[in-house]
Write a protein that binds this ligand. Structure first.
Ligand code: PAF
Length: 278
């Protein structure tokens, strides 16, 4: 069922909510197998699956990025119907933001690093829209991909801060056969950029294999050099962090779980990926 107004959404959900569990997958469209894996997970877990498609302007710190973000709603709807979504919610901006959202969220040190550092205001915009969508849909469970590793941590923090009774389920990264993490932005890559992009995940995997034989500063340097030697790719950051606090570490024993997160430009297209190191 395709719904674009908040009133219709709430009407449908209020009757369904009485005796059914509601799973929610928020998206910005341009859907790929990664999104569809979230929808499948939601279907396996919940009676009703709501998927939203909304390109949220408040999370774009760069107006060109917002303008160029891939949009393909007609195909998205077909894919979601095939994947078995119960409700596809496609609001216009006015439905989500009848008034400008001026709220400032505080995630402490968590959003000052990596994506938060290089895309100032990005996570505040993500928190604004996800909080609004959560309050409209009131799901029992919401599903997010681990490709956006920092986003997942921010959303868990948001749910805790706002005391929302929502279970957050994280789903593994889905990769192309050559290893490239699936992303809507992959559609923007030229054919030449696309052939170079798998070096990102190859380098992260090779880095994971080196953990026991190197130091963190040496490994970070190796990752950056390996990627930047490629003529098309340029590392913005390759950070090794405590997987819980997202804070960079310098010694392997500083954290129980350690994640390597990277943002890399292929021309003007910015790609992110991450891997567990420990
Ligand atoms: O991960 C995304 O696609 C977006 O950040 C989200 C969670 C749908 C919020 O706009």
């Amino acid at each position: 069922m395709l719904i674009s107004s908040v009133i219709d959404l709430q009407q449908q959900l209020s009757s369904l909510r009485k005796d059914k569990s509601i799973g929610f997958v928020p998206t910005m469209g341009a859907l790929h197998e990664g999104h569809l894996s979230l929808v499948r997970q939601a279907k396996a877990d919940s009676d009703v699956v709501v998927v939203s498609i909304f390109v949220n302007p408040t999370q774009f710190n760069n107006p060109d990025d917002l303008k160029n973000y891939p949009r393909d709603t007609e195909n998205d709807i077909k894919k979601l119907e095939l994947a078995g979504a119960t409700i596809i919610f496609t609001p216009v901006e006015q439905e989500i933001y009848p008034e400008p959202d001026t709220r400032i969220f505080d995630f402490g040190a968590m959003d000052k690093v990596m994506e938060g550092f290089y895309r100032p205001g990005h996570f505040n915009g993500v928190a604004q829209v996800v909080d609004r969508l959560f309050k409209l849909v009131q799901p029992h469970t919401a599903f997010f991909g681990e490709k956006d590793f920092q986003q997942l941590a921010i959303i868990k923090a948001l749910v805790a801060q706002e005391n929302l009774p929502i279970r957050i389920v994280s789903c593994p990264i889905v990769r192309e056969p050559d290893g490239l993490a699936m992303s809507s932005r992959n559609l923007l890559l030229s054919a030449a950029q696309r052939t170079h992009a798998p070096l990102i995940c190859q380098t992260l995997k090779a880095a994971a294999a080196k953990v026991s034989s190197t130091t963190i500063p040496a490994l970070k340097k190796w990752i950056q050099t390996t990627i930047d030697t490629d003529p098309v790719l340029e590392t913005e950051y390759a950070e090794i962090v405590d997987a819980r606090s997202l804070q960079p570490i310098v010694q392997w024993d500083e954290a129980e779980q350690v994640q390597l997160c990277a943002a890399v430009y292929a021309g003007s297209i910015r790609l992110i990926d991450n891997i567990r190191l420990k």
